[in-house]
Design a protein around this ligand. Structure first.
Ligand SMILES: Nc1ncnc2c1ncn2[C@@H]1O[C@H](COP(=O)(O)OP(=O)(O)OP(=O)(O)O)[C@@H](O)[C@H]1O
Length: 318
């Protein structure tokens, strides 16, 4: 981080409703110059809506957004490049025609797209219509378009959605190129793997931010993780874990020990002589981090609420 005093992004008291549906419910966020903030949250929590408010393309119902110290409406998008979800590439045009279109639209458009498409193995498909691209190919084109614009601030809405695991590092490398050039990023995702990019992580739940901090700090604050297999053992473990919730990954389930519970108490309560039953401690992964801050930590305004009884959730490892 460069330590600049004026934040690249400052959002204060952001609320956003559509008719009677409240989506954002008091978001405060500050992103420093040359910082990567990764905003994680489940489907439909309001990540895209928040990014649109930060970009000035949607007006909050309440609250203010400043970009580099000026109201976002005054900035007029000059200082940012925004990767939208599924709405950037024009499907009836080829990849190359899309590039020409964006080049004409953005004064800050550079020739970097050439090396990006090469790195993402898309150069040979440039003369195909985007209509014939797969979802991942379209995402490669859209990332290349967004990152070819010279901007001090990039807002990226789920840049790695639909991208296979072998490509994710290349997406990250392209983002890190601009970061090394001094740019600031706000990146939304529900892929725990994208947390690896972050200087700071922010987690969203129920229209608010439940936690924000450096990944190592947030990781240190995660309670001891337990891993359990066997359906009877899982049921027993539910009363020993935070929020009564276990998260399934294949045949095992993971949870977070309650503060007043020792692992040995749980171990003693589970009959480990039964075939297929195992219970052990484990190190926290990025998926655990996501589950803890998104599904277990209650938003402050509802803290003390009753934990959800729907206690075992399927979560796919990245
Ligand atoms: N223009 C709109 N009119 C009405 N409701 C909207 C509009 N845009 C978004 N919403 C609602 O706001 C909520 C949050 O949507 P949003 O797209 O921000 O979620 P998200 O966190 O980005 O989800 P995902 O991870 O699935 O992309 C959803 O319930 C959505 O239906």
């Amino acid at each position: 981080m460069s330590g600049e005093h004026v934040p690249a992004v400052r959002a204060a008291g952001i609320e956003k409703s559509f008719g009677t549906e409240g989506v954002l419910d008091g978001i405060d966020l500050s992103v420093a110059g040359n910082e990567i903030l990764v905003l994680l949250g489940p489907n439909g929590v309001g990540k895209t809506v928040l990014l649109e408010c930060l970009a000035g393309s949607s007006r909050p119902t309440k609250g203010d957004v400043e970009i580099f110290g000026r109201d976002v409406s005054e900035d007029g998008g000059r200082n940012l490049s925004f990767l939208l979800q599924d709405t950037m590439a024009i499907e009836t045009l080829t990849g190359r025609e899309n590039i020409d279109f964006y080049r004409r639209m953005h004064p800050g458009f550079t020739d970097r797209w050439e090396q990006y498409l090469d790195r993402l193995d898309l150069s040979e498909d440039l003369d195909k219509a985007v209509d014939d691209y797969s979802a991942g190919m379209t995402r490669k084109l859209e990332l290349s378009l967004t990152m070819s614009v010279d901007a001090p601030l990039y807002l990226l809405d789920e840049p790695t959605a639909g991208v296979d695991l072998s490509m994710i590092q290349r997406f990250h490398d392209i983002i890190l190129d601009r970061y090394d050039g001094g740019s600031t990023f706000v990146i939304t995702s529900h892929r725990p793997l994208d947390a690896e990019l972050a200087d700071r992580l922010a987690f969203m739940r129920d229209g608010t931010i439940t936690a924000v901090g450096a990944p190592s700090e947030l990781m240190d604050a995660v309670p001891p993780v337990i891993r359990v297999s066997g359906s009877g053992a899982m049921r027993t473990a539910e009363s020993f874990v935070r929020g009564g919730r276990l998260f399934r990954t294949g045949a095992t389930a993971r949870g977070f020990l309650k503060p007043d519970v020792e692992f040995e108490e749980l171990e003693a309560a589970v009959d480990t002589d039964v075939e297929g039953v195992r219970i052990e401690r484990d190190d926290a992964t990025h998926t655990d981090l996501f589950n803890f801050y998104v599904h277990v930590v209650e938003p402050q305004r509802t803290s003390g609420g009753t934990p959800n009884d729907d206690s075992i959730e399927a979560v796919v490892e990245p």
